[in-house]
Design a protein around this ligand. Structure first.
Ligand SMILES: *Cc1c(COP(=O)(O)O)cnc(C)c1O
Length: 359
């Protein structure tokens, strides 16, 4: 069986060796040595000071949104992302307002944002979908002009550099997911990055119940801490990250050579991007073709995923705003299997099946 992804695991003894440090101390959470070490490693890799490791990639979205302290207000967001991008907005008591996507990049269409801004708008929450950067300059300009905060859902962005800087360093706050299906993982986990030191300090408290000291509290908080088990996993996977990227690049290059692009489309990567090869999305001409491809791949025990479907403006718990491009792409986009140990034979087989159906 071949799934859309397969979790990269280091040799088990390496994980155990790292974990034994906390094990021996009998200290499994509450910002233990391993979580702090991983936080430092990620900070220096990303060259960002304010990194907070979290229990998953959804809580940092909630914490970032909560820190705006504007419950009931509107957040302009993308309809093309994983459901967490929208559900976090609703969960935190805001109203998601959808700007359609650019059909080439699949990121939020910056030209559609300004028309949606009104006196209730407080922030823009956009996703660097598949690790492809949003139009950061344009979004920054709009945010500055209208005094809005920018939050990036960078769940797919670990390891991406944009204009020579970590993609996660852009925006007022950025989030990342280290879920086992993501390119760099800690089993379950994530992080929250913020530009402003005051905001960072507050987020550090709010991710830990709001503790200022053991007996003092200033703001409401939640438990979003990463555990030492996850910290150990992150530290064990981290040394392999460059290899992971190189191996994934090989898979992507092979697909690029083998697939018939006269009848299906790839996404455009934004210029000045050093990509992380996080996903291999292909866009078919119709949902009918996509369904045939899925059926044929499934028959061969190959399970791609429809990332991302449905278009989030169609969710039953949000106010519908038509987003023609996102609704159309969501029906036609499929992520093909992509992981380190995917064999040349499998890539050939998958490409052959896809080509035979589209032609
Ligand atoms: C995976 C993902 C999340 C959620 O991350 P978890 O670690 O699974 O909570 C949020 N946004 C996007 C775009 C994702 O792909």
């Amino acid at each position: 069986m071949i799934n859309v992804t397969q979790t990269f695991l280091p040799p088990q003894e390496e994980y155990q060796k790292i974990l034994s440090e906390s094990w021996n101390k009998k200290w499994m959470t509450n910002r233990g040595v391993l979580v702090k070490r991983l936080e430092q490693k990620l900070s220096s890799k990303l060259t960002i000071n304010n990194v907070i490791l979290t229990a998953n990639g959804t809580l940092p979205l909630q914490l970032a949104l909560r820190s705006l302290e504007a419950k009931g207000k509107e957040i302009i967001t993308t309809p093309f992302s994983y459901v967490a991008t929208s559900s976090a907005i609703v969960w935190e008591g805001y109203k998601p307002v959808y700007a359609d996507i650019d059909p080439e990049y699949l990121t939020i269409d910056e030209t559609k944002i300004e028309a949606l801004i009104n006196k209730n708008t407080v922030a823009i929450l956009a996703t660097h979908v598949f690790g492809n950067p949003c139009n950061i300059d344009a979004i920054e300009k709009i945010a500055k002009k209208h005094d809005l905060k920018i939050i990036y859902d960078g769940a797919h962005s670990f390891g991406v550099n944009y204009r020579g800087k970590a993609l996660l360093s852009y925006g007022d706050m950025s989030t990342c997911s280290f879920h086992a299906t993501k390119i760099f993982h800690t089993g379950e986990g994530g992080c929250l990055v913020s530009k402003n030191d005051v905001v960072h300090k507050k987020l550090l408290q709010s991710h830990n119940f709001g503790h200022v000291t053991s007996n003092t509290f200033e703001h409401v908080g939640i438990n979003a801490k990463m555990s030492e088990l996850s910290g150990a996993m992150g530290l064990a996977v981290f040394p392999y990250f460059d290899t992971i990227i190189l191996e994934r690049k090989k898979v992507v290059d092979l697909y690029n050579n083998l697939l018939d692009f006269s009848r299906l489309k790839k996404i455009n990567l934004r210029e000045d991007t050093e990509w992380n090869y996080a996903y291999y999305p292909v866009i078919f001409n119709s949902e009918e073709v996509l369904l045939k491809v899925v059926e044929e791949l499934n028959k061969n025990e190959i399970f791609p995923r429809r990332y991302f479907s449905p278009s989030l403006n169609m969710l039953p718990y949000v106010d519908y705003i038509a987003c023609e491009e996102s609704e159309s792409v969501s029906k036609r986009v499929l992520c093909l299997p992509l992981f380190v140990e995917l064999s040349f034979e499998s890539i050939k087989q998958i490409s052959f099946i896809v080509n035979s159906i589209v032609s």
